[in-house]
Design a protein around this ligand. Structure first.
Ligand code: ZN
Length: 98
């Protein structure tokens, strides 16, 4: 995930990549700030668009895998992914507050 960053700021990138970075960032922010009381439900809405139904309205479920990657999954469209290298990014909230 660090490749989105340029000296700690979001790097210049095309809009689709920026959307993806912000989407993954939202998932990471949620997971890292709820690590103390894990719950798979996040407040992040799925970003998948399907030709048949338009934008997916599923809520993303996410958690931290044993190898420390953030894994996410949409129960509605079954889109899923893994986000690694998220610690120490601006979206990592695990070190703050609590
Ligand atoms: Zn979905």
């Amino acid at each position: 995930m660090r490749h989105y960053l340029n000296e700690g700021m979001l790097a210049d990138m095309p809009t689709p990549a920026m959307d993806l970075a912000l989407y993954q960032g939202a998932i990471v922010a949620w997971v890292s700030s709820h690590a103390a009381s894990p719950s798979p439900e996040t407040n992040v809405r799925c970003r998948v668009r399907t030709r048949a139904y338009g934008r997916c309205v599923g809520d993303i479920q996410a958690g931290i895998a044993p190898d420390d990657a953030v894994e996410w999954f949409c129960f509605l469209c079954h889109e899923s992914g893994r986000i690694s290298g998220w610690r120490q990014t601006p979206w990592d909230r695990s070190a703050r507050k609590r």
